[in-house]
Design a protein around this ligand. Structure first.
Ligand code: GLN
Length: 205
């Protein structure tokens, strides 16, 4: 038996997140079955969830119209892990600074969309992340920055701005950890996250 993972699949790097979850699971001696979430009813079955980047206004609109949004909030309220990346972080935040985004309010931070510039300003940077031994090669694409932190912890900063945060079972990154082979961020969010409950090996076998 394996863990059940979900990737919110209304937009963005869905297959890349699925592959990264599988790599991280393998690195932690776990098996995982990944579902792409395009409608309601699947999130409640999931032990862990990823919400990819894309366009936060579009993702917000679709997860609310599809009925996925309250299921994600229930998932987090149950203490299960969520990794929200880039636009996913914007949607998960408590304040996106944009009326077109109806925030899930599961990470107590406010964000500034496109804080690191537009598409042409995409870049990679070695980011020091709390919990990882070596710097993480973070890929930023029209990335948001966190501009105020409430109850959340800052896991990493770049250019003096928070770019990875954690609020209990939820980890959010401004960057795209699904785009590179290094799956340590997925490992941190799902398999080394002491604030989140993932069924133990013996409980799923
Ligand atoms: N700029 C996008 C937004 O504000 C996020 C970019 C991304 O997810 N790569 O929604």
């Amino acid at each position: 038996m394996s863990l059940t993972a979900g990737v919110v699949a209304v937009q963005g790097d869905v297959s890349e997140h699925a592959a990264a979850i599988e790599r991280a699971a393998t690195a932690h001696g776990r098996e995982v079955t990944v579902h792409e979430i395009r409608g309601s009813g699947i999130v409640p079955e999931c032990d862990l969830l990823a919400m990819p980047g894309g366009e936060s206004t579009t993702i917000s609109r679709l997860i609310h119209s599809d009925g996925i949004a309250p299921e994600i909030q229930d998932h987090v309220a149950a203490g299960k892990p969520l990794l929200a990346t880039c636009a996913g972080l914007i949607v998960a935040s408590s304040d996106a600074g944009d009326d077109r985004v109806d925030e899930l309010d599961v990470i107590d931070v406010s964000v500034e969309r496109n804080a690191f510039g537009r598409q042409k300003d995409s870049f990679e940077a070695p980011v020091t992340v709390a919990g990882l031994d070596d710097p993480y090669p973070a890929v930023f694409i029209r990335a948001p920055a966190v501009d105020a932190v409430g109850e959340a912890d800052v896991l990493a900063t770049w250019d003096e701005r928070p770019v990875a945060v954690q609020d209990g079972p939820v980890v959010g990154t401004s960057f795209h950890p699904e785009l590179i082979p290094d799956s340590r961020i997925h490992g941190l969010a799902f398999f080394e996250n002491e604030a989140a409950a993932v069924p133990a090996l013996e409980d799923v076998q």
